[in-house]
Every structure is written in C-alpha cells, then in structure tokens.
Design a protein around this ligand. Sequence first.
Ligand code: IPE
Ligand code: IPE
Ligand code: MG
Length: 265
Amino acid sequence: MSRALATTSTLSQQALPAGLDPARLPAHVAVIMDGNGRWASRRGLPRVMGHREGVEALKRTLRLCSDWGIGALTAYAFSTENWNRPGEEVSFLMALFERVLARELEALEREQVRIRFLGDLEPLPSGLRALIANATTRTAGNSGIHFNVCTNYGGRAELVHAARRLAEQAARGELDPASIDETQFAAQLHTAGERDPDLLIRTSGELRISNFLLWQLAYAELHITDVLWPDFDERALVSALLDYQNRQRRFGGVEPSLPPSAHQP
Ligand code: IPE
Ligand code: IPE
Ligand code: MG
C-alpha cells in the first residue's frame, strides 16, 4: 500500500511529532466519530452544528494521518441505525455529506487521497450517490492514503450481505460451501482489499462498538477518549497513537507479534 502524498502536493506537510516511533505507526486507523450532538448542546447550539464542526475534525485527522504516512483511515459517518434519528437531522447530514464531498473533491485529488464509501449506498439520496460514484472513480488510481467513509454502514448488515453473496454463488454451483474460508468471506465484505484496522479510536467516552466493523476489528487495539469528535485535534490523535505504541499485540500467542498476514491483501 502506498503511503506518501504526491510530491507535487502544494500544501506543507506536518512532521511526525517527537515521541512517536515512525516504524510502529498503525497502518490502518478506524474511528467512531462520536459526540457531535453533545458538543453542540454544551454550547447551546442545535445538534447539527456539531456535525458541521465534526467535518473539520475529520479533515484535520485525514490530513495528519496522510502526512504521517498512515496507510488507511476508515471513519464511521452514518450507521444503519442512524436513520432512527429525527428526519431533520438525517436530512441535514445527507445534505452535509453532499456539500462537503462536492467542495473537497479537488483537494482529495490533489493530495492523492483514494476515497471509498463503505455501506449500502442504495438508500442514499440520488444526488449524493452520483457524487460518491464520481469521487470514487476519480480518486481510484490515487497513490496516497485510503480514506474509507462508512455511510449507511452496519457491521451486521455487512456480514449478512457477505453470507448471502456466498450462498448465491453456492446455489449457482460456482462455489463449494466446504471451501469457504476466512479469506473468501472477507473478500465479500465492503472492506475487501483493505487490511484490518490496527487501531480503533472512539471519541466521547462511550464504551461500545455500535455495529462498526464487527469482523475487521477482531484484533484492533481500542482507544477510547472523552474528547468529543469536533474537538478531536492533533494532540488527541497523538495521544491515541502513543497509547497504541505502548500496547503489546500478541494475536492470541504469548510473544509480541505482527498482524497475521492471512486475510490481509
Ligand atoms: C456522531 O455524533 C455523528 C453521527 C452519528 C452522525 P452524535 O450525533 O452521535 O453525537 P452525540 O453522541 O449525540 O453527542
Ligand atoms: C455511532 O455513533 C455511529 C457513528 C459515529 C456514525 P452513535 O451515536 O450512532 O452510536 P450510539 O447510538 O451511541 O451507540
Ligand atoms: Mg452518538
């Protein structure tokens, strides 16, 4: 996986802060961007203002991860359960995704970001779907960070979808059920081709997964911070990375080891 921003990038890159070991950075960071509503409420603002500010936090995080050579950033933007929110909040979010994507596409292209949207995209407004298709195609060949935005994403829905795809292949006689293994299963997930996250960050202090990347997080290191997502900044990211670098990953063994290469591209 290529890490670097294009050398033609005109924006200055941030150096890796002292104290972080460049050789032991996570290759893939996943983030549950939580706490937008509370950030706004604490300021006496409508919840949606927290979402607007949350976009700035995401842009900051993407830029830092990219500058520091982190290979992939996967962000939870909208869950399959988030449709249960008030209609005005859902509409605001869809309009926000559309506006931000239209506005930022040029910068993503310039900075060699490869963007993908993971989830069931069918129920999204058609204007947003068109922008997503365009952004995905236009950035598909980019050599920089893989930026995955989980939109109408649910871990259980993803697993059911994968099981159905394999069952269909078996029913057509194209696949022997006995041959299904973890690699084949993972190839049917939205994240196919992406290595599993090494680090999961959840903001706003909630100690739960909320249906995010249920398969892929099997051996991720977890970092939960009380920082609300709109306040998530370089300091908060460094603190998550330092926490990660202090962990000993064992993958079920007794000695520290690297992620198993099985199921990784
Ligand atoms: C996360 O912030 C953003 C989305 C789920 C879209 P929340 O909107 O969940 O904020 P809180 O948790 O209510 O503070
Ligand atoms: C998880 O946050 C989903 C996203 C960040 C998109 P939620 O705020 O929806 O999760 P719960 O309801 O606290 O579990
Ligand atoms: Mg929340």
